[in-house]
Design a protein around this ligand. Structure first.
Ligand code: DP6
Length: 334
């Protein structure tokens, strides 16, 4: 246990799931009902500095969201950050107050996995500041416990699978292919930057109230195999069709939960239809997926990315785009 001041800064990427985490078997331990597979996004980043210092009067959390001004965090964001800090501080046997400063470069709470990048960067930096010795698997497990389960997939680099055997020790994420394996691009078509009206946390709770939830779960194991094979073979059509089917099934569960949640907006549907049209009419290979929000992630190969991005920008539904290649692991930068 250290009592001298320590500072660490980490950068982590958001990630996009091709097979979604939707529903939990244990909300206290953030255990998912099914395994999931994602790619880190190299253009959607959070940088977080954790300073432990016995001279600090109290814990402080400062957030600068989407490149904006730094503000003190309060309410639920503050509580979520401090719950993770308290867990790690206890593990380190420390009682030092902390100052946390975090900034991201993309919209928060709008289906671009902002909390995944945030909790991966926070956990990476805090583990270093508290001088905890952990390997990547343990770091991913500790990140999962933050409550933002998908954040555990932002710890390894590139293409990542979150394994799920229903136990705390067996629920962590691991790389299945490095970022250099495939020049895949995820273009986020931003149609709305307002925070979603139903959080993912609440969405996970509601999932079992949908009659379609068991049907979704019965399909996921075969889709996980399909996506693993597609990534291994760099087969975009195979990956894209499985990712679209999985996103559709997640949103059917959300839309048929009690009460129902509709994350899509008219602009969301117009992007989906444009992607389908480009594929059918022009053989432009791109596929869509959507997290818990209205924005659409369009997946294509790097060679087609300029054309896909230009076409997305021409749609009146799209405000702007963020193009991402496969991103790096959550890493220390200071
Ligand atoms: C739809 O509980 O990880 O993005 O805490 O809001 O980041 P946040 O969400 P989390 O649920 C993520 C749900 C999802 C699908 C996915 O990323 O697998």
């Amino acid at each position: 246990m250290t009592t001298s001041p320590q500072t660490a800064t980490a950068v982590a990427c958001a990630n996009i799931a091709f097979i979604k985490y939707w529903g939990q078997s244990d909300s206290g331990l953030t255990l998912p009902t099914n395994g999931s597979i994602s790619m880190n996004l190299d253009g959607c980043l959070t940088e977080t500095t954790v300073r432990c210092d016995p001279e600090l009067e109290r814990d402080q959390v400062w957030l600068a969201l989407h490149g904006g001004e730094e503000m003190p965090a309060s309410g639920r964001p503050y509580e979520r950050v401090m719950a993770q800090i308290n867990r790690l501080r206890a593990l380190a046997g420390s009682s030092m107050p902390v100052e946390i400063r975090s900034r991201n470069n993309f919209p928060s709470d709008a289906g671009i996995a902002s909390s995944a990048a945030a909790f991966a960067a926070l956990t990476r930096a805090a583990v270093a500041a508290f001088q905890l010795e952990v390997n990547e698997r343990e770091l991913s497990r500790l990140t999962r416990l933050s409550g933002s389960g998908s954040a555990c997939r932002s710890i390894p680099s590139g293409f990542v699978e979150w394994y799920n055997d229903g136990t705390d020790q067996g629920s962590y994420a691991e790389q299945i292919a490095p970022s250099s394996h495939w020049a895949l691009v995820d273009i986020v078509a931003v149609v709305n930057t307002q925070a979603k009206h139903v959080s993912s946390t609440h969405g996970h709770d509601l999932a079992p109230t949908s009659a379609y939830f068991p049907a979704r779960l019965s399909e996921v194991p075969a889709r996980l195999i399909e996506v693993r094979r597609a990534i291994s073979a760099c087969d975009l059509e195979r990956l894209g069709l499985a990712a679209e089917a999985d996103a559709m099934s997640m949103h059917v569960v959300a839309m048929t939960a009690k009460p129902p949640t509709m994350y899509w907006q008219p602009a969301t549907l117009s992007v989906i239809q444009a992607v389908q049209r480009w594929r059918a009419q022009d053989n432009l290979q791109s596929y869509w997926t959507i997290d818990a929000g209205p924005n659409v992630h369009v997946i294509c190969e790097a060679k087609d990315a300029p054309e896909v991005e230009a076409r997305l920008c021409e749609l009146s539904a799209v405000q702007w785009t963020i193009a991402n290649g496969p991103g790096h692991e959550a890493r220390l930068v200071g």
